[in-house]
Design a protein around this ligand. Structure first.
Ligand SMILES: C[S@@+](CC[C@H](N)C(=O)[O-])C[C@H]1O[C@@H](n2cnc3c(N)ncnc32)[C@H](O)[C@@H]1O
Length: 222
């Protein structure tokens, strides 16, 4: 199996177990949405999963194109998005799909960049943005150094508390955790220093922010 086929198989499995409730990514949806351009006509969501952020984008955009490698993810996303005729879901590998130049007012990608060759994908997404458009990235990072470990330790009680408050349980069900753990064996993440270096090179002026739930965001205006 190629790496891409492995990811597609992992996410086909996860899609059938995924609930539509709070998680460590959706916790940051409103933070990301605050950075959407005022007149967001056309938005792109890369690695849309079950479509939660695509639906958020669809509330304030005329049209959303939402891509994912996993047919099951796209199937679940379509079912959950029946109220949003302005979202077009597509099963596609962003590495192979030709994206139009300067088409989108917003390009978003959540918890997906770490599955991809970051530099070439960021360049591709950057080209697809209109001048004045906004790139929104949220992803996980590899902890290194005392600050990352200390923040990671603080994140544990924060995560349990939020999980209890938002979904009435400390952790997701066992079969969901097992699917994520098995998928996690194929995952590698950039460190925050690598993210900052990449942004300095490719996205001058980008704001890179560390978040408590083991994530960082990048907000960049073209
Ligand atoms: C961790 S999930 C995140 C899903 C969603 N963005 C969210 O926040 O819930 C990562 C998603 O990226 C998709 N993905 C991975 N590689 C991809 C690729 N090359 N092209 C398109 N989607 C990809 C996976 O199928 C998966 O649904």
């Amino acid at each position: 199996m190629t790496e891409t086929e492995t990811f597609a198989a992992d996410f086909d499995r996860i899609a059938l177990l995924a609930g539509d409730d709070w998680d460590h990514n959706s916790h940051y949806h409103e933070f990301l949405a605050r950075h959407l351009p005022a007149n967001c006509r056309v938005a792109l969501d890369v690695g849309c999963g079950t479509g939660a952020f695509s639906r958020r984008l669809a509330k304030t955009s005329e049209r959303v194109l939402a891509l994912d490698l996993s047919p099951n993810m796209v199937g679940v996303a379509r079912e959950r998005s029946a109220q949003f005729p302005n979202i077009e879901f597509k099963v596609a590998d962003v590495l192979k799909l030709e994206l139009p130049s300067e088409r989108f007012d917003c390009v978003a990608s959540i918890a997906t960049l770490h599955h991809l060759p970051a530099a070439s994908v960021l360049q591709k997404l950057k080209r697809a943005l209109k001048p004045g458009g906004v790139l929104l990235i949220l992803d996980l990072f590899h902890a290194e150094g005392l600050l990352d470990y200390a923040a990671g330790a603080l994140s544990v009680p924060f995560s349990f508390g939020l999980s209890l408050a938002k979904r009435g349980r400390l952790r997701p069900p066992r079969e969901v955790r097992r699917a994520w753990e098995e998928h996690g064996r194929h995952d590698t993440y950039l460190t925050l220093a690598q993210v900052r270096e990449l942004c300095a090179e490719l996205l001058p002026g980008a704001v890179v922010k560390r978040h408590l739930l083991w994530r960082y965001s990048v907000v960049w205006k073209k």
